[in-house]
Design a protein around this ligand. Structure first.
Ligand code: AMP
Length: 285
């Protein structure tokens, strides 16, 4: 694999290769097997793949979160070197490289960005759209892989691509979990050991909630989730919603499930000071 730190160098590399389709996996580093599953998917689709590692300041509404976000470049490069091929690239730009001047663009994703993460993290998706559109301009991929772990982000990226008329194909990749069901996340390493030991409760709770959907009422399911999470020491529920998989709008009424649609249970939990998100698709029977 080759490592590049400037826009010009990664562009020159991709231009000189002139191979397509060209695949792209944007990450913020602190890589784990969830990220690697995206990289492997991109590699099966594309003869050349670029993985970016960039902790994007504009998507952090909480300065402490940005400061504490894990940065493990040496480990990340070791992990990637065992997976990537000769011509594949790792792009590790500085903030100046991505934002030579302040990015003042304001995106409008309507109601997609006003619920869940958008409500709890104001400005987050605008920052995500800024960095992803910048990275797409630099890498110019034919295919880009995103994880379903960040369901709302995935849907907003699809909307960004639609709005900008970019021809890139977005591939959604399934959530990779630890043995106890905890969705892999760069933030998991920040959990203190007691919280990590109990963090499987997030997945078991949304699994049970998804089985209740269509049978129990929405309020009953929400009360069940809130009780389960908040009665686990150190865990506090930020939100739990059952949402339509296209509009991301919450299902408010008990009988509003259509067998033609996909629905997801989405959750955000504070485990100590660390915020974790997860989701699961509901299979209506
Ligand atoms: P991040 O480094 O957290 O910005 O994530 C980079 C990409 O990896 C995003 O598309 C995430 O959705 C995806 N991702 C993160 N965790 C997982 C996971 N456990 N399973 C699958 N994809 C993931």
């Amino acid at each position: 694999m080759k490592i590049f730190r400037t826009n010009r160098d990664i562009r020159d590399h991709l231009k000189a290769l002139n191979i397509n389709p060209s695949g792209f996996v944007p990450t913020m580093g602190a890589l784990h097997n969830g990220h690697i599953s995206l990289v492997e998917k991109a590699m099966t689709e594309c003869p050349v793949v670029t993985v970016s590692i960039f902790v994007n300041p504009t998507q952090f509404n909480d300065k402490e979160d940005l400061k504490n976000y894990p940065r493990t470049e040496t480990d990340d490069l070791n992990l990637l070197s065992g997976v990537l091929r000769n011509n594949d690239a790792v792009f590790i730009p500085t903030a100046e490289e991505i934002y030579p001047e302040e990015d003042k663009r304001i995106f409008d994703f309507g109601n997609l960005a006003s619920v869940m993460e958008g409500r709890y993290r104001p400005g987050h998706f605008n920052g995500v759209a800024q960095v992803v559109s910048r990275l797409f301009d630099i890498i110019r991929p034919d295919i880009a892989c995103f994880g379903q772990k960040d369901l709302q982000q995935l849907i907003i990226i699809r909307e960004l691509v639609r709005q900008t008329g970019n021809k890139v194909r977005i591939i959604a990749c399934p959530i990779v979990r630890e043995n106890d069901g905890l969705a892999m996340s760069s933030r998991n390493r920040l959990l203190d050991p007691m919280l990590r030991k109990n963090a499987g409760i997030i997945y078991t709770t949304i699994s049970e909630a998804s089985n209740m959907a269509g049978k129990a009422g929405i309020n009953e399911i929400k009360a069940f989730v809130q009780d389960r999470i908040n009665s686990t020491d150190g865990f506090i529920l930020d939100y739990f919603e059952i949402v339509d998989g296209i509009s991301l709008q919450p299902v408010e009424h008990d009988n509003n499930f259509s067998h033609d649609n996909q629905y997801f249970c989405c959750i955000a939990v504070k485990a100590g000071s660390i915020r974790l998100i997860d989701n699961i698709e509901i299979s209506l029977v």
